[in-house]
Design a protein around this ligand. Structure first.
Ligand code: PEP
Ligand code: CO
Length: 453
């Protein structure tokens, strides 16, 4: 076998594979075990998508955020799809994140760590293993990495070849992200360009006037003879939910510098609300890799859960190692978050706290769409800042589902998207995302909250 891990360190390998002895929630039932083995063997020979050195730098950046010196902006699709991995759509998402980051950096005078839910966010946890329409019951859609969205037996049958397609789609997405962010497109002197192609609206106008201020500041600095390399390119990290073990395990590699294992399918990996059981596969597996790890925390989370997650995932209390992504819901965050934040504050741990104002605010509209109210999203963000202010802790980031495209999936915002618009511009195969304008509006709100802390 070609797995570099075998050659590197058999003891580490044995530890990594401990997850096989534990229950793993949310895994597909593959019809053919030998086909899965073949794909795993092939994945294990493919080059890493991200490098250990980059992952280590990200850990340092997150450590800065955990100590109040930087802010994390994490965003992208709920579920990436193979069909949407086009140049236009990837560029629109990167532009949206760059614009949001500028709003935050300028508004709060703080470095912003940019991270996409991109180049790997293909696997989805589901509330049920199957879906029934009329008298037909088929496996639930688990993301393009597992099966197809079409409601036919052929499409819904899990197909391990899709893991290879997910790898190659991630590679080409990441290639474009790297080109955009390192090849001149992310140059701060192009701050106006990022707005090009987006429809005129109040959030854009606000953005443009901010871009003008930045322009003037840059010209002023240039006239003074200052020319920073930092303006030309930007760091951009990838992240996804570490859900599908048959994909993450073969893409875990030993770093030749240190002998430590890294998941190389993305820089930052998080554990979802449905797979963070203590004695299960995901917590065990992620406790053994060096990547910075996130854990989603829903409204039923108890102090004991948080304490135990810290013990398992960050026993050495390493700065930047652990991020808690709270997704309580606007109606619950002010009640449920304080006890967790206070308990951690009074301990020796120093995780990064960020808010996911999306996943606790799901509703179903009268015309049958999964949606979220933009007001609830904004309110959860405000609640997050209030709780941290009261506790004296740092509100270190936001995690949002967004797209750069002009979709209508979340209700409200200054464009006042209503239920009828969902029928025309709803594209998500999974959760509803903020569109370009709602994303910018959210960034302005977060910048205000950060600035007035
Ligand atoms: C998600 O981030 O798309 C997701 C499923 O979130 P959670 O695990 O918080 O429900
Ligand atoms: Co989602």
């Amino acid at each position: 076998m070609n797995d570099p891990i075998v050659a590197a360190n058999p003891a580490v390998l044995a530890g990594l594979d401990n997850y096989l002895n534990l229950p793993a929630a949310q895994q597909p039932t593959w019809p053919d075990a030998s086909a899965v083995e073949q794909v795993r063997a092939e994945l294990s020979t493919l080059p890493p998508l991200v490098f250990a050195g980059e992952v280590d730098i990200l850990r340092d950046r997150l450590a800065a955020a955990a100590s109040g010196k930087a802010f994390l902006l994490q965003g992208g699709d709920c579920a990436e799809t193979f069909a949407d991995a086009t140049a236009d759509r990837i560029r629109n998402r990167v532009k949206t994140l760059l614009q949001m980051a500028v709003v935050l950096t300028y508004g709060a005078s703080m470095p912003v760590i940019k991270m996409g839910r991109m180049a790997g966010q293909f696997a989805k946890p589901r509330s049920s293993d199957s879906e029934t329409r009329g008298d037909v019951t088929l496996p639930a859609f688990r993301g393009d990495i597992v099966n197809g969205y079409d409601f036919t037996e052929e499409s819904r049958t899990p197909d391990p070849q899709r893991m290879l397609k997910a790898y190659h789609t991630s590679a080409s997405t990441l290639n474009l992200i790297r080109a955009f962010t390192m090849g001149g497109f992310a140059d701060l002197r192009s701050v106006h360009e990022w707005n090009r192609g987006f429809a005129n609206n109040p959030a854009n106008e606000r953005y443009l006037s901010l871009a003008q201020e930045i322009d003037r500041a840059i010209k002023f600095m240039a006239a003074c003879g200052a020319d920073f390399n930092e303006l030309r390119t930007t760091e951009f990290y990838t992240s996804h939910e570490g859900l599908l073990m048959d994909y993450e395990r073969p893409l875990t590699r030993i770093d030749s510098r240190t002998g430590n294992p890294y998941i190389t399918s993305g820089h930052f990996i998080w554990i979802g609300e449905r797979t963070r059981q203590m004695d299960h596969a995901h917590v065990d597996y992620l406790s053994r890799v060096r990547n910075p790890i996130g854990v989603k925390l829903g409204p039923t989370t108890q102090v004991e859960d948080v304490v135990e997650l810290i013990e398992r995932l960050d026993p050495n209390r390493e700065p930047g190692r652990l991020t808690f992504i709270t997704r309580m819901g606007a109606g619950k965050i002010r009640e449920e978050l304080p006890k967790l934040v206070e308990a951690v504050r009074d301990s020796d741990a120093n995780p990064l706290w960020i808010t996911d104002p999306m996943h606790g605010n799901g509703i179903t509209t009268k015309n049958g769409y999964k949606s979220r109210r933009f007001d609830d999203v904004m309110d959860e963000v405000r609640g997050f800042f209030e709780v941290h202010k009261a506790a004296g802790t740092f509100p270190g980031g936001v995690h949002v589902e967004l797209t750069g495209d002009d979709v209508a999936e979340c209700l409200g915002g200054s464009e006042q998207i209503d239920e009828a618009s969902l029928e025309e511009r709803y594209e998500s195969l999974c959760d509803p995302r903020l569109n370009h304008m709602q994303s910018l509006e959210l960034a302005f709100l977060v910048a205000e909250q950060l600035a007035k802390r």
